[in-house]
Design a protein around this ligand. Structure first.
Ligand code: HEC
Length: 489
């Protein structure tokens, strides 16, 4: 085991890691790898798992990383871009800080310390190919047209739009799309992806060189029924839907809380923002819905989470470490289904804390790169379970110095606003409201399944390791006496 030193202050950690990398030429804190590291045996499996969904022909990334000859020229760059860990520019784009907070997410593509150590050693030892017989079977490809969440049950397509090479940014709406559903269905996942006639040639070397639809905000309504937008009651509506944003991953809804898509409903793509990629491009957005089986009913319902500050972000010019705070008191027991930091170009990091009485826990800190809007979906057994009265505390960090490559002009003061060079500070993640009974049941289920004892530190569930009261647990005094533990401490 390597020794991990925790520095909660991000710039300090980065500076220290940088100093060690420079001094020794080796990456700090990585496990030692015995023997030769080869492309075929060690690197190809990592690329298959975490990189090739984008680094293949006709997908998001500028180059393919499938074969040895494609990967070999990039060895040093791959080492550099993966070792950034949770900061802007890291590959794969996934920014969860790993030295504290919850570490269990759905579809986490990030690299382990062991992966990083292998990549590092491989790049430093001449990037050998090894024996091609060691290669894993090739991964199934599909380019930009592959649904990462699986083949959808329902696909809806917006109207085509044309974005000229020199077009200014455009904000507007697109025509409604009837879902054609004849009966109510509950949605298990929704994935949104842009389809366009990009040929792969030229352009800018960013994710924005591939796509022109920067975002799409949409609602679902049934004509003649009240708008579903603000109604979070699962019996009548499903509340808000995830926003499409360039670089975004698919959204999965928990087994207990599918989202309702009503019979006869119509999808209303009411706020599109397009941004030219430097070429004349024809594009549209595809929505892929996967459903729970017919007859499914959710046991839990969504709860509004309104965390952030839309209007008061005020950033000094050319200054790092600018911080903003926002708070929300939970009015019912709540499960945090997902965490979705939403800052704009100046944003670099966001932390979410839960304050319960004297307990203050950092649920997660994640880096932020406005090229990639990522939703972090918690694993079902680790999603924060917070009692009524918990205060959620959101902390946003901004950097307007040239160190932040996304800031176009470090000389300017910056305020709040919708465009990417103005600022936002939100957690767009989703919450599930629980009854007291559901809350207790879910804690008990997790305790039993994961065999937690009162000595485990369970981040994000302040009541999970409190013992049941002796009156409810007749065995407690006897068990305490037999171990000599002193009972009930
Ligand atoms: C979600 C899509 C996605 C995934 C997953 C992904 N990449 Fe990338 N990668 C991109 C895009 C888009 C770019 C170009 C923009 C940029 O440089 O950030 C890029 C750029 C790069 C570059 C820099 C290229 C240059 O011109 O300097 C390297 C190296 C790289 N990726 C390696 C990797 C490796 C290694 C992995 C897996 C460990 C990975 N990427 C996973 C999309 C992805």
């Amino acid at each position: 085991m390597s020794l991990r030193i925790i520095f909660p202050n991000a710039p300090m950690r980065l500076a220290l890691a940088g100093a060690i990398v420079c001094a020794t030429g080796m990456a700090a804190g990585l496990p030692a790898i015995e023997g030769e590291v080869t492309f075929s045996k060690d690197i190809a499996p990592i690329l298959q798992r975490s990189c090739q969904n984008c680094h293949q022909p006709d997908a998001a990334a500028p180059m393919s990383l499938l074969t040895y000859s494609q990967v070999r020229p990039w060895a040093k760059t791959i080492k550099a871009r993966t070792l950034i860990r949770d900061k802007q520019g890291v590959m794969p784009p996934w920014f969860v800080e790993k030295d504290f907070g919850i570490q269990h997410f759905k579809n986490d593509p990030s690299l382990s310390d062991m992966d990083l150590a292998k990549i590092s050693k491989w790049a430093d030892t001449g990037a050998p190919e090894g024996n091609p017989a060691d290669l894993p079977p090739a991964k199934e490809l599909g380019g930009n047209s592959k649904w990462t969440a699986g083949e959808p049950d329902l696909i809806l397509k917006t109207a085509w739009i044309n974005v000229k090479s020199s077009a200014p940014d455009y904000f507007g709406e697109l025509p409604n799309m009837p879902t054609g559903l004849m009966e109510d269905r509950y949605v298990k996942s929704v994935e949104m992806r842009e389809e366009n006639d990009y040929s792969g040639a030229g352009g800018r070397q960013t994710v924005g060189s591939r796509y022109v639809i920067h975002h799409m905000i949409w609602t679902v309504n049934v004509p003649g029924m009240p708008s579903a937008g603000d109604d979070f009651n699962a019996d009548t509506a499903s509340g808000s839907w995830p926003i499409h944003e360039v670089g975004r991953n698919a959204d999965f809804f928990p087994d207990e809380a599918g989202k309702l898509l009503r019979a006869g409903s119509v999808l209303n793509p009411y706020s599109i923002h397009t941004h030219s990629n430097g070429r004349d491009t024809r594009a549209r957005l595809l929505y892929g819905f996967k459903f729970f089986p017919k007859g499914y009913k959710p046991a839990q319902r969504y709860a509004p989470r309104s965390l952030g500050d839309g209007g008061n972000v005020e950033l000094s010019a050319n200054k790092a470490e600018q911080r903003f705070d926002a708070y929300q008191v939970l009015e019912e027991p709540t499960k945090i289904k997902s965490y979705e930091p939403h800052l704009h170009a100046a944003g670099t990091r966001m932390c979410l804390e839960a304050i319960w009485g004297h307990t203050i826990e950092t649920l997660n800190c994640v880096g932020y790169d406005h090229n990639w809007v990522i939703v972090y979906d918690y694993d079902d057994d680790y999603a924060p379970l917070l009692p009524k009265g918990t205060i959620l505390h959101l902390i946003g960090y901004f950097d307007t110095t040239p160190a932040n490559k996304n800031v176009t002009d470090p000389r300017n003061w910056k305020g709040s606003g919708n465009i990417s060079i103005s600022n936002m500070f939100h957690d767009n993640g989703e919450s599930i409201g629980l009854t007291e009974e559901q809350f207790l049941l879910e804690m008990t289920r997790r305790k039993d399944k994961l065999k937690w004892t009162r000595n485990d530190v369970i981040i994000g569930c302040p009541l999970c390791n409190s013992e049941p009261l002796p009156v409810n647990n007749k065995k407690a005094p006897a068990a305490a006496a037999s171990t000599g533990a002193g009972g009930g401490q």
